[in-house]
Design a protein around this ligand. Sequence first.
Ligand code: ADP
Ligand code: MG
Length: 353
Amino acid sequence: MKKLPKLVTELTLIEQIRRDFHTSQKNIPLGIGDDCAILRPPQDSEVLVTTDFTIEGRHFRRDLHPPESVGHRCLARGLSDLAAMGATPLAAFLSLALPAKMLAESAGRVWIAAFFDGLRALAESHRVPLAGGDTSESSGGKNALILADIILIGTAPKDTALRRSGASAGDVLYVTGQLGGAAAELSNMMRRNRRASTSSTLDHPHLFPEPRLDVGEALIRRRLATACIDLSDGLSSDLAHLCRASRLSAEIEQTALPIHPLARKLGEPTALEAALNGGEDYELLFAAPHSTSLPTSLAGVPVTRIGTLKARRSGHPMMTILSPHGTRAELKSGGWEHFKQPSKPKKSSRPRA
Ligand code: ADP
Ligand code: MG
């Protein structure tokens, strides 16, 4: 987005967004500019909808995260939910509340333009039109926060969208990409405690995660998966969601986990903790029948077998992990959960999904 003028109001900001995000797609007969957008989903498709908040101090820190990363991650979180269901994005909507002070100051206007640059780069790479939204001044005077709510609309051929609940006992569990990279990059950023400078969006699992849309679409098209979820809260928590929804238990093999090199650098046991509980990797966790032979990569993304699903037995843990020494222990959900009382005091400034 080009530098915003000194006197930027709601209307001039919306006009700039409209110009920057102009698209002429046949499935968006009407985008930004009217009271509603008009979308035309493909015939015989179903419409999938997801919304995700991005809240300053909760999901990002203005002093740590480059604004391009905040825009990228805002959209990536919604796109990753579509990927988890195998959906193809149709349109995005963005509700944005900004402190008045940001528009009045040059640094604030630069921040806003860079936020939209980050969002637009990811939108363009996945051909997702921004078809509307809302723009408001946030309250709170000099303590006012930036709030962004992204709404993603996707489509999938009727009755094909992947759910968390479709897996059966005996199915094999797979993950895409590598785990723990996002937590490792975030902890490095927190340690340095100044805004990260990045010249590229590559190899930044926390700042610029890549939603696995192509993998999700391939899973549907090739009918490979029985159930799927994206890893936003952390493997141990998201696997628990899949187990509960499918009424199954899971056995994970620690040595099979594809741990990200950034996490490995932290050494054990931190690397394992990052891979299991770190969250925000936005990889896909999916189940496929034992009889399905899965390629080693899908849409150019490595796919790794990490365990199996079994029938649930009362009195037995829902998830277990096999250590490299051959001992099996319960795997507890240790990922992120809003409103959870921490068992030991956590740094409240740690931004998390
Ligand atoms: P209304 O008051 O009728 O809701 P607005 O003035 O809020 O309309 O919005 C005008 C147009 O600009 C609409 O098409 C709306 O979707 C779009 N819009 C407003 N804010 C944003 C934003 N942050 N991102 C994208 N589109 C936006
Ligand atoms: Mg209106």
